[in-house]
Design a protein around this ligand. Structure first.
Ligand SMILES: Cc1ncc(C[n+]2csc(CCOP(=O)(O)OP(=O)(O)O)c2C)c(N)n1
Ligand SMILES: [Mg+2]
Length: 333
């Protein structure tokens, strides 16, 4: 097996991770339509599973990351527990942030998740702090900022790229390019779509791949991580995909052509990859069914868990909002 070949266990994990994300997202979308989730918006990553699984599985223990507002799938790929995610999205006290963050602010430092962020581009500078820490502590870990094409024209991205390159920080700028920022198609928002050139102009190792092809994403991420882990600095990774639902679950996307949507649905990363693995005899139909059933059961448990969890108590309103400066450092900050 060559250095860049993917072993069959990893291939099945890539498929299983995509299936788990899809099941979670379909279910949480349904719960949203039934009025069971907190907040008026819910952003689903259906169609973007290959990016979450491909980069997520190429990451290692000790790596950290931040996400944009469409980050459920990314966290699932990094070990996020569905029970606590679902409870958080329901606004319940057993959620990751005790129900105070909701879908767009899930965080758990134990899994390296430094936080989802609802400000477009806002999570990028936070991931820079993660990269600075890895560098300062001389680890071989990386920090990944996951963000959408909407952040590609935000100043914070280029300030961050410049500093990351200047200081050789092990940061990956990972673009989940789903072609739209709310109702605006990428060619109506970006003066140029030669994004690789933008990264290269700062000296970042830059790569663009088909984000519907999970193996292309996984291999690309591995190559770029190798670059950063060996001390060669930051990378820029553009993965092209599509947002199968609207901006929010209830947005019917009147600004998109139906045949454009169909063209992308026809490239759904999950059935295509399943067929590839079955035809290559790497998994059987029964293996796939087993993984699908397990994912459905995991999601059903998460929904029950979230339904049974309590809403936060009123007297908890101000707890866990600020870090206590004395507890955090041992000295008064
Ligand atoms: C700084 C800022 N400007 C505008 C918004 C409103 N807004 C929320 S999501 C979004 C579109 C983001 O598009 P993209 O980054 O491509 O992510 P996607 O929703 O496609 O995953 C906008 C404009 C915001 N949250 N933050
Ligand atoms: Mg987008």
């Amino acid at each position: 097996m060559g250095k860049n070949d993917i072993d069959s266990r990893t291939k099945r994990s890539l498929l299983r991770t995509m299936v788990r994300i899809r099941e979670f997202e379909d279910s949480v979308g349904e719960m949203h339509l039934r009025g069971l989730t907190a907040g008026s918006m819910l952003h689903l990553s259906v169609g973007e599973e290959a990016i979450a699984a491909g980069i997520g599985l190429a990451m290692q223990e000790g790596d950290v990351f931040t996400t944009h507002h469409r980050g459920h799938g990314i966290f699932i790929a990094r070990g996020g527990e569905m029970n606590r995610m679902m409870a958080e999205i329901f606004g319940k006290s057993d959620g990751y942030c005790r129900g105070k963050g909701g879908s767009m602010h899930i965080a758990d430092v134990h899994y390296g998740h430094l936080g989802a962020n609802a400000i477009v581009g806002g999570n990028i500078a936070i991931a820079m702090g993660g990269g600075f820490t890895q560098n300062y502590r001389k680890t071989s870990n990386v920090s990944v900022a996951f963000f959408g094409d909407g952040a590609l024209n935000q100043g914070v991205l280029y300030e961050s790229m410049n500093m990351a390159a200047l200081w050789d920080l092990p940061v990956m700028f990972a673009v989940v390019n789903n072609q739209y920022g709310m109702g605006t198609r990428i060619d109506r928002a970006s003066a140029s779509q030669e994004f690789v050139k933008r990264g290269e102009s700062f000296g970042l190792r830059s790569l663009q791949v088909d984000g519907m092809d999970v193996e292309a994403v996984y291999q690309g991420a591995n190559r770029l991580f190798e670059h950063s882990r060996s001390g060669k600095g930051p990378t820029f990774f553009i993965c092209d995909a599509y947002r199968f639902y609207g901006h929010g679950r209830k947005d019917p996307s009147p600004y998109r052509e139906k045949n454009e949507e169909k063209k992308w649905w026809d490239r759904d990363p999950i059935p295509a990859y399943k067929d590839t693995l079955i035809s290559a005899d790497l998994i059987s139909d029964a293996d796939y069914q087993e993984d699908l059933d397990a994912a459905k059961a995991e999601v059903a448990d998460a929904v029950e868990f979230a339904k049974n969890s309590q809403v936060p108590e009123e007297n908890d309103l101000y707890t866990y909002v600020y870090v206590d400066p004395i507890d955090a450092s041992g000295t008064i900050g």
